[in-house]
Design a binder for this molecule. Structure first.
Ligand SMILES: C[S@@+](CC[C@H](N)C(=O)[O-])C[C@H]1O[C@@H](n2cnc3c(N)ncnc32)[C@H](O)[C@@H]1O
Length: 268
């Protein structure tokens, strides 16, 4: 990651982003109200707080087989606690995933990058009827993720261990369609383009794809720009930390950069 690149992009984003007062699409307004501005408390949030409290105290050291961007296939040793801090979905991202699953009821969810299973669990609580497939390259992390699903008494998550490059095809073969995909591992241009191309035939009118860390590197921004310009994409919503794309042809075509109103109060 280049911090100066991300900072430069943050300024550019701030300058060009709009706030909810400037949006006149009913679809986007529903997204803003139900996904971004829904401050209700849900049962799953309480359960996840209990899990996070436990993980914050977990000093076990685990070796991370990192297959992601920039890695050299080395095992890096870190505590469980530090994985929670450095690579798990934050409250903001977790609630975003929860609210996407709660609002749009995706039946088949695919996550690339399980890590400790935090994002997976938010998705599960958002729609408990969904079939969730999640892929993780590091066997040690997958073990902790499975422990976490057991702690939350979550059953039926299909956790596949190994490189996305090797396993994604097999997982997709057993998935009739993808209603919500969360691409949150291997933040490289080539990897992201490859995974999106594989998932694309399984996407449909009501599908949603969430891309994490779109300004993490030039490669990730390039991938985001190309993916949101794909002919199948109808609406893209750039929240800076994540990008979300929709394929619903009944919605007006649009590319949107969205910022909370408090950052531009004069645009309310
Ligand atoms: C940012 S973390 C995922 C966080 C998780 N989605 C969440 O919401 O809490 C990214 C994960 O992707 C895994 N990963 C990266 N590249 C991979 C690859 N090529 N194959 C399999 N797993 C990979 C890493 O081991 C890491 O655990």
């Amino acid at each position: 990651m280049t911090a100066s690149y991300t900072l430069r992009k943050a300024f550019e984003f701030y300058r060009t982003a709009v706030t909810r007062g400037q949006v006149d699409s009913p679809f986007v307004n529903r997204f803003i109200n139900e996904v971004l501005r829904n401050n209700r408390h849900y049962y799953g949030y309480g359960e996840l707080m209990k899990l996070k409290d436990r993980l914050e105290r977990d000093q076990r050291k685990i070796k991370h087989l990192d297959l992601g961007a920039g890695s050299k296939y080395n095992f890096k040793e870190k505590t469980v606690k530090s994985f929670l801090k450095s690579s798990s979905s934050t409250d903001f991202k977790g609630k975003l995933l929860f609210n996407l699953a709660r609002t749009y009821h995706p039946s088949n969810i695919l996550e690339l990058g399980t890590n400790l299973g935090i994002g997976t669990s938010y998705l599960y609580y958002g729609n408990r009827d969904a079939q969730i497939s999640t892929l993780e390259g590091c066997p040690n992390l997958s073990q902790i993720a499975q422990e976490n699903f057991n702690f939350l008494r979550i059953k039926g998550i299909n956790l596949t261990v190994g490189d996305f490059k090797k396993n994604l095809d097999t997982v997709l073969k057993n998935t009739p369609r993808v209603d919500l995909a969360f691409l949150d591992g291997d933040h490289s241009y080539d990897g992201t383009m490859e995974y999106f191309a594989k998932i694309k035939p399984k996407l449909h009118n009501q599908s949603i794809v969430v891309l994490d860390d779109i300004y993490w590197s030039e490669g990730m921004t390039k991938a985001w720009n190309e993916i949101k310009s794909d002919s199948k994409v109808i609406l893209s919503i750039d929240l800076f930390r994540v990008g979300i794309i929709f394929f619903d042809t009944s919605v007006q075509m649009h590319e949107l950069k969205l910022l909370p109103s408090r950052y531009k109060p004069w645009k309310m």
